[in-house]
Design a protein around this ligand. Structure first.
Ligand SMILES: Cc1ncc(COP(=O)(O)O)c(C=O)c1O
Length: 470
């Protein structure tokens, strides 16, 4: 059999896939949200030895439809309120399919100048939305973890260059609310684990500035080399944003790289309320933003913007003999020179189709509405006896718990809320998760998905109340 399929066959297979996905997405609300298997259940259902002979595509689809796809928790489901949902729009999904269909090589301008220019374009949009200066550049990445890592590697390079002997003295500053990927990024960048300064936060879960200032002074006095401060613009735990303007001026004063992890919250800048919340983000030296979170683009799509893109080039550019003819001297961007990936997909296509199909005004409306939905949840919880706010709604994230009268023992409250979580998630309409707020187990929702409605939020709070009473 030839590997080349004729046009009619490709069309038939494509239609089959598109029909299947469209049916799945259109029927999401009727599906249970949490659907999972143990390894013991999954293995006999799904594992097969490598197939020696080919099979009909209908048979492959039937296998996937019956054995694989039913066992997942659909991210774009209106009841998916756990972690950070990726609620892709269909036009963005189409962009992903197009990029895969053409299989553009996104690493070098010379072989995909159109897609590379589209990447320059969407990065320029991001720059404008968050108010970074002209000349800012960067790249699309697999996600926020990679973008945070690229930022710390670039910051490290800016301080020590090729002198690895100084790496053990480098120190990084962040708050105890930062995302775990920042810690991992520091480790991978070689910063000794003991040199990561995890700073306390104030009552609003924002990095305490005096603590930061004190830590920098103490480290300088002890001979450490402060390499970067990592602030958060929308923490995963509570949606809090650090005091970005103040941190930026402190960093400027001390000559320290200021990176902002806005993987979750950054695209809130599209709407007026989010923009106000993110004040000062444009002052950073680099910013992580995840289109696969609040810009409704399918996995995988993160991004890193750097005020001086030259810093990324300095850290990552490498020119082996076999890539010398790629060229690029007239402003053309070889994205492989700005990060860790050589072969990379053209993620800009899905960003561009998703944003362009609806326009920024429509997307901004949706982002504003999701901020409002978390606030609705907060109002409902405040009005419900037996429920308690643990962290007020911020950038569509809200933490609360069941707290019946006369039950104040911390371990008993944690156990009750664990049971509430399990009951709510077992019911099938919602998927929520937990975190710890000041040590207490909290029920956490992140309402950033556009399929979720106010009625869903009302139903969820009702389900939590009932689960706590039974
Ligand atoms: C604030 C923040 N930073 C970084 C990340 C990591 O992003 P990714 O999962 O795209 O690697 C997340 C993920 O939820 C996040 O919320």
């Amino acid at each position: 059999m030839s590997l080349e399929l004729d046009h009619a066959t490709m069309q038939r297979l494509g239609r089959q896939v598109a029909d299947h996905v469209a049916r799945h997405l259109a029927g999401l609300r009727e599906q249970r949200v949490v659907k999972t298997l143990s390894r013991r259940e999954a293995e006999p259902l799904i594992y097969t030895p490598p197939p020696r002979e080919g099979a009909d595509f209908d048979a492959l689809m039937a296998f996937l439809e019956t054995r694989v796809f039913p066992h997942h928790t659909p991210e774009p489901h209106p009841g998916f309120l756990a972690y950070v949902q990726s609620c892709a729009t269909f036009p963005a999904v189409m962009g992903d399919w197009l990029a895969a269909g053409y299989n553009f090589f996104g690493g070098a301008w010379a072989v995909a100048s159109g897609p590379a220019m589209l990447e320059v374009t969407v990065l320029e949009w991001f720059r404008q939305w968050i108010g970074m200066p002209e000349g800012t550049g960067g790249l699309l990445t697999s996600g926020g973890s990679t973008a945070n890592l690229m930022a710390l590697v670039a910051a490290r390079h800016a301080v020590v260059g090729d002198d690895a002997s100084r790496i053990p003295r480098l120190s990084v500053y962040t708050s105890n609310q930062m995302h775990s990927s920042v810690v991992r990024a520091a480790w991978i960048a070689g910063i000794p684990r003991a040199n990561l300064r995890i700073l306390p936060v104030d009552d609003s879960f924002r990095m305490r500035l005096p603590a930061l200032e004190q830590a920098i002074h103490a480290d300088r006095a002890a001979g450490f080399l402060p390499v970067a401060v990592v602030g958060s613009a929308g923490t995963t735990n509570t949606g809090a944003t650090d005091p970005l303007p103040e941190i930026a001026s402190l960093c400027r004063e001390h000559g320290i790289w200021f990176h902002v992890d806005a993987a979750y919250g950054g695209f809130a800048a599209l709407c007026p309320r989010g923009k106000a919340e993110l004040e000062g983000i444009g002052l950073a030296d680099s910013v992580t933003l995840d289109p696969h979170k609040w810009l409704y683009v399918p996995f995988e799509c993160g991004s890193l913007l750097a005020r001086e893109p030259r810093r990324l080039l300095d850290a990552f550019h490498i020119l082996p003999d076999y890539l010398r003819d790629l060229g690029g001297s007239g402003g053309e961007v070889n994205f492989a020179d700005y990060g860790e990936q050589l072969s990379r997909e053209a993620r800009a296509i899905k960003v561009w189709t998703g944003v362009s199909y609806y326009g920024t005004e429509r997307l901004a409306e949706e982002i504003g509405a999701s901020i409002g939905r978390a606030e609705l949840a907060e109002r409902l919880v405040r009005a419900t006896p037996g429920l308690e706010v643990l962290a007020p709604a911020r950038l569509a994230i809200f933490c609360f718990r069941a707290h019946p009268a006369r039950l104040d023992e911390p371990a008993a409250l944690d156990a009750l809320n664990q049971r509430v979580l399990e009951r709510v998630n077992a019911d099938g309409h919602f998927f929520i998760s937990t975190t710890r707020i000041r040590g207490a187990l909290a029920l956490r929702i992140c309402a950033c998905g556009w399929r979720t409605t106010d009625a869903d939020i009302e139903r969820l709070v009702g389900e939590v109340r009932q689960a706590a009473e039974n």
